[in-house]
Design a protein around this ligand. Sequence first.
Ligand code: ADP
Ligand code: MG
Length: 584
Amino acid sequence: MLKWLVLFLLVPLVAALPLPDFWIIQLNYIGLYALTCLGLVLLTGVSGLTSFGQAAFVGIGAYSTAWLTLNLGLSPWLALAVGLTLTGIAALLVGLLTLRMSGHYLPLATISWGLALYYLMGNLEALGKYDGLLGLKSLSIGNFDLGQGRAFFVLTWLILLAAALAVTDLLDSRAGRAIRSLKTATQMAEAMGINTFRYKVTVFVLAAWLACISGWLMAHFQRTVNPSAFGLKMGIEYLFMTVVGGVGYVWGAVVGAGLVKLLDDQLQTLLPQLMGTSGSYEVIVFGIVLVLILKYLPNGLWSLVAAYLPPRQRVVDWAEAAPLPERHKPQAGELVLDVQDIRKQFGGLTAVNDIRFQIQAGQIVGLIGPNGAGKSTTFNLITGVLCLTSGRVQFRGETISGLRAREIARRGMARTFQHVKMVADMTVLENVAMGAYSRSHRGVLAGMLRTNRQEEKQLFKEAQRQLERIGMGSQMHELAGNLAMGPQRMMEIARALCADPALLLLDEPAAGLRHQEKQALATVLRQLQNEGVSLLLVEHDMDLVMTVCDHLVVMEFGTLLTQGTPAEIQQNPAVRAAYLGTEH
Ligand code: ADP
Ligand code: MG
């Protein structure tokens, strides 16, 4: 917090320095650009959603205040509120339409959106066509002119810093961890009960709002608006600034905006002199710089600085926090899971053929069978990742077939993945805390305003408790991506336990574990059983399965071969044949 206080105090200090006006104007532009770039950090850097269309949102902010103040005589501050509303609606519509697109379609869609709005602004009579609107008032409070020079510098940079602080706080919150999973781990997030599409739309709207505020400021600073500042070229330039500065870092936005603005001015005077003719040669230089940066410094300039900053230490101050609410648990012997003749066809292949079994509360059921038998598919049918061709799954008396993975997760079914899924650049503690997402509720605004502190402590306390339970307490502050395979798998179990599940599903938890790690896993599983957790275990390791499971379900070629106690299964000639591959 001290760091931020210093930064906020620096702004009026810089304004008081005897800098030439030219530099203050430069800094004003840098602040305006950085505000839009900050949105791109959130959208592209953190969430992996590339947009070339941010300039269009800057345009909505600028044009709405220009039109409203000039034609209706509205106060600029009221016009900002209208502008934010319009931007929110536009971003919501564009987001809902385009954010389900994957791969390169989203950037392409933002290009067409940027182009469309540019031509709309340029062709509307009411907006002055390509000449734009002239003669805007400068911003003021009472008689105090805020709209030019040093006062505007203070206003813009305080807004920028406040936005940077809000984004930083947001990313370090329950909602922020969900946002940080959007780039690489949406399937995991959904399995924790997170509606990832909703977060994508939210991030899109937030980024658009930052652009809108920048446009509003810019319009009153320049006192004129015209479409060229909001076209596709500017959209590309915003993205360029952010990538050069470091698209994954809040400060990357400021560094990128600063560098590109200064370089742009220098090149615009220098290059025509060198070439002997006038022309936008700086675009060529920018293209070359971008290619070089992407090749040699893919995380941007700020990554050089970030490498020297000490890693952030999380202060452990949650010992006193109240425990999170617990789920109502099934009584021993109660039917928890009822799988009724479920079937899955992939084209002509019946991967799961009328499988049926039950899990009672406190039972550990093993699902075994040779490779390709259909175990993972069964697992995905139960957890809602795949939809059933036919059959029905009941969980605690409720039919859950047809529900989405996150809806099933919220009902108290937690899972791990055959191939570990996590947010590699979050700490172990943060990853595990995501498991308790559905037991908490603080959202984006609470994250930004830090009114979520109490709940954050509860989440981390629970995450630490689960990590200690599986013997990983000492590793909680490490980055998850730095863990070895074994600990990563154990981390997934801790994350699933954070959900306080009534039923826990583990897909090959022992795969890739060393002997000692397997023994530790078996200990944890038995401990869970003693605590009354119900478990479905897909596992290849027969020693482990035979020692921990109460009941085994054997699959072969998608069909149910047999089920029974481990002792019965071991004696079963058909099972032996299936495993040894001999005819029986
Ligand atoms: P297991 O986990 O028991 O090794 P799986 O459930 O992964 O087996 O696979 C069962 C069968 O279904 C295999 O023949 C596999 O090739 C097939 N299969 C799995 N997923 C798909 C899919 N998405 N599309 C087509 N076939 C699939
Ligand atoms: Mg499998």
